[in-house]
Design a protein around this ligand. Structure first.
Ligand code: IMP
Ligand code: MG
Length: 177
């Protein structure tokens, strides 16, 4: 990657193998049910699009956009819903799909917001999780990879709006705080 020192953390085949495994678990766990996958924009759109094509269920898709970060690499701790879903989820089995969970603040906020709408069920799926960074407790049913406390980019995940198009996931070696 031009201008940034980085190393490959997860290859394309690491990622696709894990996404298949997650999709298989979802397919088994929700057998016979209708599922609504809610992707959190923007980062989760890549994993969501790969995941939903491997899930063998009747499933809908929707998006929310939230913002908890500025242009830097640390969470502001403030979550704003920039775009909400339009559908009524009161009779739906909802799975929120995230690219990465860091402090957990974003998803715990979303959890409260979505539970208030009384879905039939609500679970979380994330491709990556940084357990050492967690600041709030959060029950996440589907976790792809647990990774160390490093800032990562690629496969939908950005640094200041860039690098989402990389097919692999890279860890930035420099400190960009
Ligand atoms: P949390 O609220 O601290 O859990 O942060 C979740 C959001 O922060 C994710 O959806 C990402 O958009 C962003 N984020 C957390 N860690 C990273 C990272 O290593 N690289 C890029 N974005 C990150
Ligand atoms: Mg995100």
């Amino acid at each position: 990657m031009e201008g940034l020192r980085s190393e490959i953390l997860l290859s394309e085949s690491d990622i696709s193998g894990k996404v298949e495994e997650l999709a298989r678990r979802v397919t088994e766990d929700y057998d016979g049910k209708e599922v609504l996958l809610i992707g959190i924009l923007r980062g989760a759109f890549v994993v969501l699009s790969d995941l939903m094509r491997k899930v063998e269920l009747s499933c809908g898709v929707a998006f929310m956009e939230v913002s908890s970060y500025g242009a830097g690499t640390t969470s502001s701790g403030i979550v704003r819903i920039l775009k909400d879903i339009e559908e009524d989820i009161s009779d739906k089995h909802v799975i929120v799909v995230e690219d990465i969970i860091d402090t957990g603040i974003t998803l715990s906020y979303l959890r409260r917001s979505l539970l208030a709408r009384k879905p039939e069920s609500l679970e979380f799926l994330t491709l990556l999780s940084k357990p050492s960074r967690r600041r709030v407790e959060l029950d996440v049913k589907y976790i792809g990879f647990e990774i160390p406390d490093e800032f990562v980019v690629g496969y939908g995940i950005d640094y200041a709006g860039k690098y989402r198009n990389l097919p692999e996931i890279y860890a930035l070696e420099e400190n960009h705080e």
